[in-house]
Design a protein around this ligand. Sequence first.
Ligand SMILES: *[C@@H]1O[C@H](CO)[C@@H](O)[C@H](O)[C@H]1NC(C)=O
Ligand SMILES: *[C@@H]1O[C@H](CO)[C@@H](O)[C@H](O)[C@H]1NC(C)=O
Ligand SMILES: *[C@@H]1O[C@H](CO)[C@@H](O)[C@H](O)[C@H]1NC(C)=O
Ligand SMILES: *[C@@H]1O[C@H](CO)[C@@H](O)[C@H](O)[C@H]1NC(C)=O
Ligand SMILES: *[C@@H]1O[C@H](CO)[C@@H](O)[C@H](O)[C@H]1NC(C)=O
Ligand SMILES: *[C@@H]1O[C@H](CO)[C@@H](O)[C@H](O)[C@H]1NC(C)=O
Length: 322
Amino acid sequence: MRWRCVTGGLLVVMGLAVVHAALEHDEPIIGVDLDGNLFINTSSSADGHTRRLLLNGVDVLRELTELRQKCAGNVPRTTTTAPSTVAASTAMPVSYTGTVGCQLESVPSNVTHLFGNVSLSFCPLLTAESLKVFNELVYVSGDLKIELNTNLTNVDGLGSITSVGDSFFINSNDALINVAGVGNITSVGGDVDIRYNEALVNVDGLGSITSVGGYLSIFSNPVLDNVDGLRSITDVGGYLSIRANAALTNVDGLGSITIVRGYLGIYGNDALTNVDGLGNITSVEGTLHICSNSQLDTSTVPESVRSLGTCQVITSENCMTC
Ligand SMILES: *[C@@H]1O[C@H](CO)[C@@H](O)[C@H](O)[C@H]1NC(C)=O
Ligand SMILES: *[C@@H]1O[C@H](CO)[C@@H](O)[C@H](O)[C@H]1NC(C)=O
Ligand SMILES: *[C@@H]1O[C@H](CO)[C@@H](O)[C@H](O)[C@H]1NC(C)=O
Ligand SMILES: *[C@@H]1O[C@H](CO)[C@@H](O)[C@H](O)[C@H]1NC(C)=O
Ligand SMILES: *[C@@H]1O[C@H](CO)[C@@H](O)[C@H](O)[C@H]1NC(C)=O
Ligand SMILES: *[C@@H]1O[C@H](CO)[C@@H](O)[C@H](O)[C@H]1NC(C)=O
């Protein structure tokens, strides 16, 4: 974690310097641009390789590259192997620093580590096919947001991602049927928010996520009939809200959750007939609202659930504050 932060910061600084440097390439340069950014460039050799940059004898660029690989995790330590006639894999981590928007053509193909936000919001041309540029992507340091993309039917191109540093949103993608493609994500540092996806029938693709650092919200997905895909989540760092999902019949998928560090709200799910899936929750740090679920016989709410939270509203009528 510490390495990640340190190198992330350095990368941002280096990124700015590079962006604002604009002059000749061949001469070594130490300069300040109009914005006050300091940049240091070494000279290029005839073969195009940059000369080393040494600070008190430390080969800064080389060390930065190594740190970047280390902090990216999952990069095996290189060991010398016996010569072989079989070509060894030469795949190297490819990192990209910056924000990724709808213009995926500017993302390096086979990018593995993305330091910044991926914000695919309102990209009418975005299709499952175009997401394949991310086939090798294992890590996003910031947000991963996929919103308002009318032609996106699946997110299979994201299948290598194991970790999202900040929030993960899947919102208002009318053609998206499932999120199976994100099945290798195990942790989300920020919020998980799945809402207004007209065709989404399940969230099984979230099945590897064990921890959510922020809130977890499943809101207004009209054909979603279960949340079994949440079954690996044990701890929710913020509130947990399951609201207005018209076809949802149960919340069994919440069965591994033991702690909710904000409020717990299950409301306005008109097909919900039981909340047995809340049965392993032992601690809710905010209020408890189980209300306005018109088909739910509240006398079936498990006994262990009734006293959770700072106060309780358990009714099939409209929700009230407490
Ligand atoms: C400094 O080096 C970077 C990376 O090689 C290059 O993109 C940039 O154009 C250089 N700037 C100057 C002023 O030479
Ligand atoms: C991406 O990786 C694949 C498989 O490792 C390789 O065949 C392909 O050439 C790479 N693409 C680019 C643009 O480097
Ligand atoms: C990513 O987006 C968040 C807002 O969701 C913003 O606060 C943050 O600064 C962004 N990070 C980068 C690196 O742009
Ligand atoms: C996106 O979907 C709309 C209709 O939903 C269609 O007219 C358009 O051709 C699609 N675009 C692409 C790139 O598939
Ligand atoms: C998860 O990763 C494994 C191998 O690393 C791969 O075989 C599998 O297809 C990935 N899952 C998804 C949903 O892409
Ligand atoms: C509670 O957890 C146990 C094992 O950890 C599991 O067998 C049981 O099904 C869970 N309860 C619910 C309601 O999911």
